[in-house]
Write a protein that binds this ligand. Structure first.
Ligand SMILES: [Zn+2]
Length: 161
């Protein structure tokens, strides 16, 4: 993965390629989830649930139709869409759909930058929308990772329209 993404958070990027060992199945829908750091879960569940976050690894359910967001390694604790502070952009009915949670830039704003303001590349979009400034992805993004892939996907989709 390239560090040359134009964002302020990818300096110490970790390899996010996952092995099957890292895969965890959602206890509700049985689809594979992605591992998420404990600190990310702690910051993203609503205030009243922070204390029930255990000191173990969590995964996030990537199924757009499933209401479960985070589930723990031992599958004892789960947090649903209603129990997290922000809409999860890839879940059904998320509103708003943030691409960049740190700067609160939505996928629509990214697409508008491409459609209406002539942005063609990542750096154009960042300049127009202000995305990826003051990145705190670990505690702001529901996956705990930089949003550049999400933004790139939105750019690609808008260009293809
Ligand atoms: Zn699920």
């Amino acid at each position: 993965m390239s560090n040359n993404t134009g964002c302020s958070c990818c300096g110490d990027i970790v390899d996010l390629t996952m092995t099957t060992e890292d895969m965890n199945k959602c206890p509700i829908c049985n689809q594979e989830g992605k591992k998420v750091k404990n600190i990310t879960v702690k910051h993203l569940v609503k205030e009243e649930y922070v204390e029930s976050v255990e000191t173990m690894n969590y995964s996030i359910c990537m199924n757009e139709d499933c209401d479960t967001v985070y589930f723990s390694e031992n599958k004892g604790i789960q947090f649903s869409k209603e129990q997290v502070k922000v809409p999860i952009w890839f879940k059904k009915d998320a509103d708003p759909r943030y691409a960049c949670y740190c700067s609160e830039v939505t996928i629509n704003q990214v697409k508008e930058a491409v459609r209406d303001k002539g942005a063609r590349k990542m750096k154009d979009v960042l300049a127009i929308t202000g995305a990826m400034k003051n990145s705190k992805c670990e505690i702001k993004n529901p996956l705990g990772v930089c949003c550049h892939e999400t933004i790139q996907t939105a750019i690609d989709e808008a260009l293809a329209e």
